[in-house]
Design a protein around this ligand. Structure first.
Ligand code: UDP
Ligand code: MG
Length: 316
């Protein structure tokens, strides 16, 4: 970068939930990175890392409090709101404070050395830079499988997702400002940014294994994220009900013809199966349909309440 031009002020935004086991190592590595970038004039000297304590129950906040360094800022959310909302809290906090920010996980599974390439892409005009996993071999087979299924499903439903990209990304302040215009409570960031349409680019990296502790994402949270992603961006499940309805209507038409035929041919001993099967089948389909409708209704309910997504309790 040209030394005379203004260096970008960067914030690294890191949600942390019960990360006590490795937070010190993470902070050390972040400090080394920021120091190096400032020294080599990649970023402005007043850049910083913002760690968001997502209502941890371990010593995460104590560690953050004791790490007094001008590069480290931290906020503590009053209770656990989940990775996505904790991330939004951090992004909201740095909006208009920086030129760009990079979000990453506290376990540093995402290779922080590619952040330099991200910043280079930003200075050459990208408003969003997606970190894309070149390989997922460090993820468990189960996680890989479900992720694969999710991407396929979303694509089917017409939602534009960046393949193998999670929440490791650079956002310019302009994008951060735009993000604040989205008032819905259940924001699905991975679907949102590609849809915003700003100039973007990708950098590729190899995802590492967690060096300490284990994933803070329970299966329930993962499932919630997937369902939220689908219902936030697509009406396909609703349309599906109509399609299934049509199919069932068609089938019952054929079955009625068959019943009519059996009846007129005089062999009509009313079959147990032909009565009970449709009862079970239709019962199942109706329940499924109600479930999907309920999912959307639940969303409307939550959105009409328009509750704040987080409350900041303390600030360093
Ligand atoms: N996280 C969070 N709140 C939660 C769960 C997770 O802030 O309720 C943070 C966690 O500390 C980490 C990031 O979200 O920085 C990603 O979590 P994790 O590494 O456990 O997910 P995985 O890499 O297994 O998808
Ligand atoms: Mg992780």
């Amino acid at each position: 970068m040209n030394k005379n031009s203004k260096l970008p002020k960067l914030a690294l935004v890191i949600p942390c939930y019960n990360e006590g086991a490795m937070l010190k190592i993470t902070i050390e590595q972040l400090l080394r990175l920021l120091n190096d970038y400032v020294e080599r004039e990649v970023i402005a000297a007043n850049s910083f890392a913002l760690l968001v304590d997502d209502g941890s129950k371990d010593e995460t906040w104590q560690i953050l409090q004791s790490s007094s360094n001008h590069f480290i800022k931290a906020i503590k959310l009053s209770h656990n709101v989940g990775h996505q909302h904790a991330l939004i809290a951090g992004l909201t906090y740095v909006t208009n404070q920086v030129d760009c920010c990079i979000s990453l996980d506290a376990d540093l599974q995402d290779d922080i050395s590619v952040t330099e390439e991200m910043i280079a892409n930003y200075t050459s005009g990208s408003q969003i830079v997606y970190g894309v996993r070149g390989s997922r071999e460090t993820d468990k087979a189960m996680k890989r499988g479900t992720a694969q299924l999710f991407y396929k499903l979303m694509k089917r439903m017409g939602v534009d997702l960046i393949y193998n990209h999670a929440d490791f990304r650079l956002l310019s302040n302009r994008v951060l400002v735009e993000l604040q215009k989205y008032k819905e409570v259940n924001l699905f960031l991975r679907g949102l940014f590609p849809q915003m349409g700003f100039k973007s680019s990708k950098v590729y990296y190899k995802r590492k294994a967690r060096i300490a502790d284990q994933t803070k994402y329970s299966f329930k949270q993962m499932l919630h994220l997937a369902v939220n992603g689908i219902t936030s961006f697509s009406n396909f499940p609703l349309k599906m009900i109509t399609y299934i309805g049509f199919a069932i209507f068609f089938c019952s038409f054929i079955i009625s013809l068959w019943v009519l035929f059996v009846w007129t041919s005089g062999r009509a001993v009313p079959g147990w199966a032909s009565i009970t099967l449709p009862v079970y089948f239709l019962g199942g389909v109706q329940l499924l349909a109600l479930g999907i409708i309920g999912e959307y209704l639940g969303k409307i309910y939550l959105e009409t309440k328009a509750r704040p997504r987080f409350h900041i309790e303390e600030e360093i």
